[in-house]
Design a protein around this ligand. Structure first.
Ligand code: PLP
Length: 694
């Protein structure tokens, strides 16, 4: 599956929406689109006013800073990126942190729920102290690397106690810790394959990214499904090839649904979260048992969950022990870090029997004194007897807050819900909509800072006070209220065809982004469809008229094919259908003459003349042949049908020539394509509508 996604990703083309397409992405009516446009204008003006300096700062470095361009482009689903960037030139630039808050370049204080990608567990103020004290404790050695500072020994002892494993190694980031863990388990088991679970993130190394996000074909990483007995069977069957099973326990939150960032929010059901702590714990137990019974190391990637869910991380939270654990993020008290802890037999980097066989895993900045100093401060705090209670309290307060928010959202008829795992939380959207990603902009205007992954992965810290949670709740509800008011979340009552239209547009877009369609062809198609739409409103509202259109359209489609086999039969049926169609227009619905003129086609009056032309053909043929009898008429029918066909071609060609002369060739072709394709679109639009109305 991951490799299929990777292959498909090469075919998907950029199809940026313009502003019109953005507001109409779910096919809502003009009136809603207008309301959205006004809302977007107001939101953009508000954000511009609040973030003038930050935006200018961002604009000044965007072209030179690839990291910013990447995160900017990954904030919302890709069709919306360009239109959003034109509207909102956003950049988070901060100058100060305090409690749960951040101060930006414009002087606004906002509540931070980005959580510094997971680093901020304990609250910014604690980290500031640890970083300062850590630096102070090692300042006499400065940047000495190679020789170790004595503090390192204490860190190792504490990490061993927390992880309950034998050895420790230090690295510079979570990604690097994962790379090191994978490398040492491969080396020590002499096996190649690493098992990951779909949807799990393990850092940016492509060795554990067999799906989207990596271009390289990976044949030594096997992606299985979380919480599936079939995965356990695969592990048992292929145990002799598997060097390790790599688990990211924050996945307990969303087994196998797409990554949690807002760029995947093409529709509401793209994001699913499971509140399955117990079931996930049971799954980890089974995984542990399977790995033990078939001799495969179990590796927990606790870069995110370590020291977040509990002082002892996911091992403690779920009560399951791993053979190797990676840590990162918060463990160095605010400094950059990656840590691997493991059983001795799995941590060796030199083969004791074959000393030339080695896994060369080292790093210049490993065990950097300043990092070690800050880490020691953090680990001491962690060992303080009061800290476990802080975690329990922080997790419980976040859960209670999520319940409060959900109650308020439900009573305000707002389609947003919060779900949390400890102090990690995410937003779910309860009504189908294509605009959920826009919520991050409304939140920002209310003064909430999110990370670039948006509403999918938010974090509170243990330092969040009751006031912070209260203010955050108010901001979430205010933002949701405003977004609903601006028409981005329409109920079925407000937009009865919502789900069907959204699905149709989405399928069309996916197909369109796989098959390259030049912009001019797309614009041509839109022009044809717009005329069909206007035509429908002008003269196809009567139900009986719609029934006659379904009948005549079916006959026309039959004639399109049969004309190549039997011209006479096709023309006779076709003319019959034309009379039925004209009856519908001329008699059942008023002849919207003005509208027809605007639609460029023949008016009802012209059409009557054309019909007279068809009636004249048999009269002339019979008169010229002098055979004034039914038998004579029948004997001439092939000739009459041929003349009818020629008259049809003449009438159509005349209109094309006239429109080309009066307007241009493109306009004439728009009319022609509409004319020829009307039978198909009539069936597609009227049959389901008539069936629904019974
Ligand atoms: C589970 C997990 N592993 C690895 C990483 C990579 O860590 P880093 O960004 O420090 O390289 C992350 C980062 O979010 C993570 O969540």
């Amino acid at each position: 599956m991951p490799s299929v996604a990777r292959r498909l990703s090469r075919w998907v083309r950029a199809r940026p929406y313009d502003e019109h397409a953005l507001v109409a992405a779910d096919g809502a009516s003009q009136q809603w689109c207008e309301r959205r446009r006004v809302g977007l204008d107001r939101l953009a003006a508000r954000l511009r006013l609040q973030h003038e300096l930050s935006a200018a700062w961002g604009d000044g470095i965007r072209d030179s800073f690839s990291d910013l361009r990447f995160t900017d482009a990954s904030r919302v689903p890709f069709p919306f990126v360009r239109a959003l960037r034109e509207r909102f030139s956003l950049c988070s630039v901060v100058t100060e942190s305090r409690g749960a808050q951040l101060k930006d370049l414009d002087g606004n204080w906002t509540i931070d729920v980005g959580g510094s990608y997971g680093v901020n567990v304990a609250g910014f103020d604690r980290y500031k102290t640890w970083m300062a004290r850590g630096l102070d404790r090692v300042k006499d050695v400065g940047p000495v690397l190679g020789p170790l500072h004595p503090i390192v020994a204490d860190n190792i002892a504490r990490l061993k106690r927390i992880s309950q494993l034998d050895e420790v190694s230090f690295h510079m980031s979570g990604t690097e810790a994962v790379m090191a863990a994978v490398r040492v388990v491969r080396f020590n088991t002499r096996r190649k394959l690493i098992v990951c679970f779909s949807g799990a993130y393990h850092g940016w190394w492509d060795g554990v990214q067999p799906g989207l996000g990596s271009e390289r074909v990976i044949d030594d990483c096997l992606t299985l499904q979380d919480m599936s007995p079939a995965s356990l069977r695969v592990i048992r069957k292929r145990a002799r090839e598997i060097a390790g099973v790599l688990v990211n326990p924050v996945q307990s939150f969303h087994p196998n649904s797409p990554p949690p960032n807002d760029a995947v929010l093409l529709t509401s059901d793209a994001r699913k979260i499971q509140q399955s702590t117990e079931r996930y714990g049971a799954w980890l137990d089974q995984l542990r048992e399977t790995c033990t019974s078939c001799g495969v190391p179990l590796v927990f990637d606790e870069v995110y969950t370590g020291f977040r869910l509990a002082p002892g991380g996911a091992q403690e939270y779920f009560g399951v022990r791993a053979d190797v654990v990676t840590y990162g993020k918060t463990v160095a008290g605010g400094m950059p870090i990656g840590v691997v802890c493991g059983r001795s037999a799995l941590m060796r980097r030199i083969d004791p029997d074959r000393p030339m066989r080695m896994a060369y895993v080292v790093g210049t900045f490993s065990a950097h004194p300043v990092v070690m100093g800050a880490m020691n401060e953090f680990l001491r705090w962690l060992d303080d007897p009061s800290t476990a209670a802080l975690y329990a309290d922080g997790n419980a307060r976040c859960t209670a807050w999520a319940q409060d928010v959900n109650q308020r959202m439900a009573s305000g008829n707002l389609p947003v819900r919060v779900i949390n795992l400890g102090t990690v939380w995410t937003l779910l959207f309860k009504e189908p909509s294509r605009f959920n990603w826009l919520f991050q902009y409304y939140l920002r205007a209310e003064g909430v800072t999110l990370s670039w992954v948006g509403t999918g992965r938010c974090l509170s810290s243990l330092a969040f006070t009751a006031e912070d949670y209260g203010a955050l709740e108010d901001k979430l509800c205010a933002a949701a209220h405003e977004m609903k008011h601006d028409g981005w979340w329409l109920t079925v009552n407000e937009f009865p065809e919502r789900d069907k239209r959204m699905r149709k547009l989405l399928i069309r877009e996916i197909a369109g982004s796989l098959v390259p369609v030049p912009g001019s062809v797309h614009a041509f198609y839109r022009a044809v469809m717009q005329r069909k739409h206007d035509d429908h409103h002008a003269s196809h509202n009567d139900r009986a008229n719609q029934v006659l259109h379904v009948l005549s359209s079916s006959v026309f489609i039959y004639c399109y094919f049969s004309i190549f086999i039997d011209l006479t039969t096709a023309m006779c049926w076709g003319l019959g259908a034309l009379f039925v169609r004209q009856f519908g227009h001329a008699i059942l619905e008023p002849p919207c003459h003005d509208q027809e003129k605007l639609l460029l086609g023949y008016t009802t009056r012209d059409k009557t003349l054309i019909v007279c032309g068809y009636a004249l053909v048999p009269l002339l043929d019979v008169a010229l042949a002098g055979s004034w009898s039914l038998a004579g008429l029948v004997s001439l029918i092939d000739q009459i049908a041929l003349h009818w066909f020629r008259w049809t071609v003449f009438v159509v060609a005349l209109r094309v020539a006239y429109l080309t002369w009066k307007h241009d060739f493109r306009i004439s072709m728009i009319w022609f394509v509409k004319l020829v394709s009307d039978p198909m679109t009539d069936l597609v639009s009227y049959v389901p509508a008539l069936a629904r109305r019974g």
